[in-house]
Design a protein around this ligand. Structure first.
Ligand SMILES: NC(=O)c1ccc[n+]([C@@H]2O[C@H](COP(=O)([O-])OP(=O)(O)OC[C@H]3O[C@@H](n4cnc5c(N)ncnc54)[C@H](O)[C@@H]3O)[C@@H](O)[C@H]2O)c1
Length: 262
């Protein structure tokens, strides 16, 4: 999303793009519930650790971070959130999590999970402050969220100790454990999201492709949202597949919603 918007800003888009990740029926569910669950699937398959009682540091409190923090908390972890957006930081605090800078969180955390889409959110200077045995994992973007380049470049030694777990010995002799080489842990060490949540993302992609086929002549070369009608259709079809029927607003309610009169 960030990169496609940057291309649009510089006038370098070659054709209209529908941003599936902007769809509520994508990020509210796939990013939050899908990644929230499958990240722990990956961490647990890789490490076989007990999460209860562990100090988990979640870096980024967007949709992915919210899902990961909630699952960590549900498994009994003590959760700290690191954010740069003051509103999301406040939201994390009021959701019941400790909030602090990565530098302050570094020394206390036992399991670190990056969820930002940004590079270098766990810099090497913070890794140096971590306790012996700290676990580093990424649930966000490519293998750039944790500064693995400097970590591996400065390491005294690196050796695999389990599938998808590398023991990295720092110059001072301290050991930290890097999961999935800093790549997305739920995809590398587990199977990604359950199909039950991916079906909404795929439905958005399919319906949007159909929309482009039917409307390409009138689409402008910009980053476009998934049309709201498609979003509603995807949500209703998902509810239907779950056997859930919801109410519709009555004509009187629709009229009331459009009026300024009480
Ligand atoms: N692992 C998966 O299967 C999976 C699934 C969906 C999305 N993603 C990826 O996860 C990433 C996050 O997605 P999202 O939907 O939560 O995005 P988002 O934009 O909702 O959240 C990202 C958050 O990271 C914060 N952030 C940015 N830089 C930071 C920094 N230096 N320190 C702390 N916080 C910082 C932002 O302020 C923002 O709140 C994206 O790269 C996305 O592509 C991964």
């Amino acid at each position: 999303m960030v990169r496609i918007t940057a291309l649009e800003r510089e006038g370098k888009l070659g054709y209209p793009i529908i941003a599936i990740n902007n769809a509520k029926t994508k990020h509210l569910f796939d990013n939050r519930y899908g990644t929230g669950q499958s990240t722990f699937d990956g961490i647990l398959r890789a490490t076989a650790l007990l999460i209860a009682g562990k100090k988990v540091v979640v870096v980024g409190y967007g949709w992915v971070g919210k899902g990961v923090a909630k699952r960590a908390s549900g498994l009994g972890a003590k959760v700290t959130v690191v954010e740069i957006d003051p509103i999301k930081a406040l939201e994390a605090y009021l959701d019941g999590f400790e909030v602090m800078s990565i530098r302050d969180a570094a020394a206390g955390g036992e399991i670190f999970i990056t969820c930002t889409g940004m590079k270098g959110v766990i810099p090497y200077s913070s890794i140096e402050l971590m306790r012996e045995g700290a676990i580093l994992s990424n649930a966000g973007h490519f293998d750039v969220e944790i500064d693995t380049k400097t970590l591996l470049g400065k390491a005294k030694s690196v050796r695999p100790v389990r599938p998808n777990v590398d023991e990295v010995v720092l110059p001072d002799g301290k050991r930290v454990y890097l999961l999935a080489k800093g790549r997305i842990v739920n995809l590398v060490a587990a199977e990604g999201h359950p199909p039950e949540v991916m079906q909404m993302s795929f439905a958005n992609q399919f319906m949007s492709a159909l929309y482009v086929l039917q409307n390409h002549s009138s689409l402008v070369t910009r980053v476009l949202d998934v049309p709201v009608e498609i979003e509603s259709q995807v949500a209703l079809a998902t509810l239907d597949s779950l056997g859930i029927t919801i109410d519709r607003a009555t004509k009187a309610q629709l009229k009331y919603a459009e009026s300024w009169m009480i």
